[in-house]
Design a protein around this ligand. Structure first.
Ligand code: 13P
Length: 265
């Protein structure tokens, strides 16, 4: 399945802005069947910041757009003394159906490790919350030719999850999306070539099917400076199943142009 997901990060500033952005998305989709996931086979999702999650999920209820959180607590899947955290249960209760895990900004600013990500993945799956697992190499790792080693290490979380929870493998095939986001491409305007992304996605898919062949068909999205102008190039590759979009997801026009690009392919 194709998917285009807007990671709003710490945006927008106010709940009024959230309403305006969601209204613009919903109005456009209502007048253009080609954007409706029921017709286009391209799932649309947005990941607002936690403070706006209830509001966004409520507005998107009964719409074709899904809602995702940007993180969940590693410590508990329910309740507890974990100041500042939101659990998988709370996120699910907000109306979100997915969570982003392992975004490079969480790895960088919150020291998110593979061990923490394994806990988070277990909490998410136990509460029937889908996972968008972000992986990607930093610029120096890219220059040193370490990309595939870094990705393999980050993907080992999936292998560990399956080793610990073999009975959940089938559920994982429906609930896991991988997003390849080279850190050096995020917010920089620099992008790898479509051929480079294609080869890396082929490696990711091969690695996952080596873990369990039921994972062979997982969607692998590309993220990092995707915009209305370059999306259709990425969409031409059979190995690129969609996009995880930051900056360009904050305006309905640019976000929906990216959705359109992947809906056509
Ligand atoms: P940009 O699209 O702003 O480069 O951000 C990508 C990203 O980090 C999405 O998760």
């Amino acid at each position: 399945m194709q998917a285009v997901i807007g990671n709003w990060k710490q945006n927008p500033a106010t709940s009024t802005d959230v309403t305006a952005l969601l209204d613009a998305l919903l109005d456009n989709i209502a007048c253009d069947d080609a954007l409706n996931p029921e017709h286009s086979n391209c799932q649309i999702m947005v990941a607002p910041s936690c403070i706006h999650l209830y509001q966004a999920a409520d507005k998107l209820k009964n719409s074709p757009i899904l809602c995702a959180a940007q993180d969940i607590s590693a410590h508990s899947s329910t309740t507890g003394a974990f100041t500042g955290d939101c659990s998988a249960t709370q996120i699910k209760d907000s109306g979100a159906s997915f969570c982003i895990l392992g975004h490079s900004e969480r790895r960088q600013y919150h020291q998110e490790s593979n061990a923490m990500l394994l806990n988070k993945m277990q909490h998410a799956m136990n509460k029937d919350l889908g996972v968008i697992l972000c992986i990607g190499e930093k610029e120096d790792e890219h220059k040193d030719g370490q990309t595939l080693n870094i990705l393999d290490d980050q993907l080992s979380v999936v292998q560990d999850f399956i080793q610990n929870n073999p009975e959940m493998t089938e559920a994982l095939t429906k609930k896991l999306i991988i997003a390849y986001e080279p850190v050096w491409a995020i917010g920089t305007g620099k992008v790898p070539t479509v051929d480079e992304v294609t080869q890396i996605h082929a490696h990711i898919k091969q690695t996952l099917s080596g873990v369990d062949n039921r994972l062979a068909d997982l969607s692998v999205l590309y993220g990092g400076s995707v915009n209305a102008d370059n999306a259709s190039e990425f969409a031409k590759s059979e190995m690129i199943d969609g996009a995880l979009v930051g900056g360009a997801s904050l305006k309905a026009d640019s976000f929906l142009a990216i959705v359109r690009a992947f809906s056509r392919s």
